[in-house]
Ligand binder design. Structure first.
Ligand code: SF4
Length: 483
């Protein structure tokens, strides 16, 4: 579809609206030719015509729709942008018969948006406003407000000196077909793991010293990846000892480790993590359907997950997260519902429901396989079922390229929310991130200013360019001294 922009500069937002309906979007300034062919939208702001100051003419598959409205001369650009987005969205819904559930909220953090509205309105009013003004579906509006309320409670724990630590282990046993993460398969890069760990521990030492000198307060630790449990038990022990040596774990509220795939979990490794004080584990089934597991390249069964889960419980882990993905190839609503009930049978404290995202680097995109059908129905089902079962949504985000523009949502039993997820998603405080692919996000809590420090993406680059990685660490102290 070609979008013609005239009399305004809302190009980005209009493109985002169009992308909810079609992946093929070209944006041009100007107006269509009188004999324009194909799918197009003419989105205009006309300052010389009071009766039709904002409007759109949309042609789609041989049909057309026109919408226009007058706006007050006092209306701000933001108000005009929203009004035009709604006109365009409504026209596209009429022509395509599709109704994207997030309406014209195209940003990645809808709950943060709702959180701001909750500062000045009651939850019911915010829900109604999301539905009426932003065309959000009633279900999503409820999800959004519930999440924003939970996030606000967690945000209240935050102090001016708070920070969290993220540690990246960018290796996996093999690569899952839907994954676009920079993770390396250890089958191919095993020789990099030890030198990587050496450098990572140096970076932890340097970062811990800087945080201590700045008087920062550690809130949470998150070791993610990749699959951190791809490390051997002695390697995990070395890593955890380094974290404990260079960071004040006693003051931390939470220590999470992604144990991801059951083919990387054994009793020795879980004992190491437990003895190191890890308080939350992620063991991620993604689905219980063996055909789907096979289609996405995961070499484990639902029974392997049950075994890992039981092992973790026996060793005393009392906070476990299970990830589930909606929209996987070969999956359907009834198989997804079965997977969810199977997970509920294990009663994990956290269940995170992701909508499949097809990013450019993933094998699924490369192989041009489509994601499964019914993803929207699956995430709606998860919301209903999990809230009935005593779980509440506590963090949520959208990613570009998600099937049906859907959201990823973390649900938790009361009091078991993963604080780190909220801190990073709502950008509440500094995240000091170490390792390949890690991005340190420094936050000035008074002004809201955020600065990022990027590490090299891949383990080999990280090892070879480590002097530069250490040099960039100086940016942490500089940021706080400039404040
Ligand atoms: S385990 Fe996770 S990070 Fe690793 S390849 Fe699979 S989806 Fe990607």
């Amino acid at each position: 579809m070609t979008i013609y922009i005239s009399g305004h500069s809302f190009n980005y937002e209009m493109e985002n609206v169009a992308r909810m309906f079609t992946g093929d979007v070209v944006v041009k300034n100007g107006r269509p030719e009188p004999d324009e062919q194909g799918d197009y939208a003419f989105l205009y702001k006309n300052d010389n015509c009071e009766a039709c100051a904002l409007g759109c003419v949309v042609c789609w598959k041989g049909m057309s729709a026109e919408k226009a409205q007058a706006v007050s001369p006092k209306a701000t650009d933001k108000e005009n942008e929203l009004a035009l987005a709604v006109l365009f969205y409504d026209a596209m819904c009429t022509l395509t018969g599709i109704r994207p559930p997030w309406g014209v909220i195209t940003g990645i953090r809808p709950a943060k948006f709702a959180g701001k509205m909750l500062l000045e309105a009651q939850p019911q009013e915010v829900e109604a406003r999301l539905v009426e003004k932003y065309r959000v579906s009633p279900n999503k509006a409820r999800l959004c407000v519930m999440t924003a309320q939970k996030s606000a409670q967690i945000a209240s724990l935050n102090t001016e000196k708070s920070y969290s630590l993220y540690v990246s282990i960018p290796f996996c046993p093999t690569r899952c077909s839907y994954c676009s993460f920079v993770s390396k398969s250890v089958e191919r890069d095993r020789q990099l793991v030890e030198p990587y760990l050496d450098k990572l521990i140096e970076e932890l030492a340097c970062s811990g010293k800087i945080a201590e000198e700045l008087g920062l307060k550690l809130e949470t630790v998150y070791i993610g990846g990749g699959t951190p449990t791809v490390l051997s038990a002695p390697q995990l022990e070395r890593l955890c000892e380094a974290v404990a040596k260079y960071f004040p774990l006693d003051s931390a509220r939470e220590f999470s480790v992604e144990a991801g795939r059951p083919d990387t979990i054994d009793e020795d490794k879980l004992r190491v993590l437990r003895d190191a004080g890890v308080s939350r584990l992620s063991i991620n089934p993604q689905t219980a359907n063996p055909r789907v597991l096979d289609a996405i390249g995961r070499r484990h069964s639902a029974q392997d997950i049950e075994h890992s889960y039981a092992l973790a419980r026996r060793l005393g882990f009392d906070n476990i997260n299970a990830d589930l993905i909606a929209g996987l190839p070969l999956d359907d609503l009834s198989s997804f519902a079965h997977s969810l009930d199977w997970i509920l049978g294990m009663r994990p404290e956290n269940i995170t429901v992701h909508a499949l995202t097809l990013k450019r680097a993933s094998n699924l995109t490369e192989e041009k396989q489509s994601g499964g059908a019914d993803a929207a129905a699956m995430v709606d089902h998860a919301f209903e079922r999990l809230t009935q079962q005593g779980y509440a949504p506590y963090y949520m985000y959208k990613q570009k390229g998600t099937v049906d523009s859907l959201e990823n949502t973390g649900y938790a039993l009361p009091g078991r929310d993963c604080l780190y997820n909220v801190y990073i998603m709502d950008e509440l405080h500094t995240i000091i991130a170490c390792g390949a692919g890690a991005v340190t996000k420094l936050k000035n809590q008074k002004t809201g200013l955020i600065k990022r420090i990027f590490n090299y993406k891949y383990p080999k680059e990280y090892i070879e360019g480590f002097e530069e990685i250490l040099a960039r660490r100086k940016g942490i102290a500089e940021f706080y001294h400039e404040v």
